[in-house]
Design a protein around this ligand. Sequence first.
Ligand code: UFG
Length: 324
Amino acid sequence: MRPKTILVIGGAGYIGSHQVKLLDQRGYNVIVYDNLSTGYRDLVTVDNFEEGDLADKDRLREVFNKYQIDAVMHFAAFIQVGESIKDPAKYYRNNVTNAINLLDIMLEYDVKNLIFSSTAAVYGEPEEIPIKETHTKAPINPYGRSKLMIEKILKDYDQAYGLRYTCFRYFNASGADDSGRIGEKHNPETHLIPLILQTALGERDDIYIFGIDYNTKDGTCIRDFVHVNDLADAHIKGLERLFGGGGSETFNLGSGKGYSVKEIINQAKEITGVDFKVVEGERRDGDPAILIADSSKVKQVLKWEPKYTLNDIIRTAWNWHKHN
Ligand code: UFG
């Protein structure tokens, strides 16, 4: 039997590149499609790289003609909450319009298996912790709304055209591949762990804590960090379920454990051995106090279990940052 061919849209990005590496290791034939707007060519660890934009349907058709694609994984979205508030058009154009382009081309070529990256941002301000998939969806920014729109569109496409999908709502994706070959690279960087590690490396003067007056054990926000390779493993389980005839499903992807910003900083100080400067400051707009996933559904249905601890997350991220 020929290995299944997976088209990874956004395979040069942070999460996409880890997915590509794991798919390749597991014997899949992997094709990367990326416009390199936020991705990096050197994060792509397979030979089949196709540069292209999702706005360009003809370019997509070329790729679908060239390869016999069995499934698509879609990682190519913009992800910065703050930017989405300042420039919502950018988010709706890429995260919604361009995603619809992709769905349309998939249907044109009769490719009906999709793995889709969504976000905990679809829930908005949590009413209950841990957050179940059935929680109210009330996103508080255009980024979250753009993802929720596609989730709804996927439902309609499944019903009308039989496009089957596995949708994952990520909590805080973090860490890096153990090899140190690929890792998190954002420009500008806005995420907590990379910023902390850049501070430990002396690339920044200090790490700024956004708010110390939250109603949490130490006053700082609590987040659910999940290692990028655990995410990638869940995606392959979701893919195999679709190949096995399973229907469309949406899952939270988090570890189910929450750590405060201060706890992350302290663990990072221990792992790096650097006593970097920490500044306690004002809250950042739009940060819920606590985000923790109820991940029982993905554990039960996909038999997924996160393998990496918080220590592993910071250790692998540190290994990557030190060498990049
Ligand atoms: N934080 C700081 N200082 C910093 C950066 C972050 O204190 O310099 C804090 C934030 O206030 C937050 C926590 O660290 O409490 C984590 O912040 P990140 O920016 O790393 O991650 P978020 O939880 O804000 O964002 C994640 C995803 C988004 C998604 C969001 C909501 O990265 O894509 O969860 O689900 F939209």
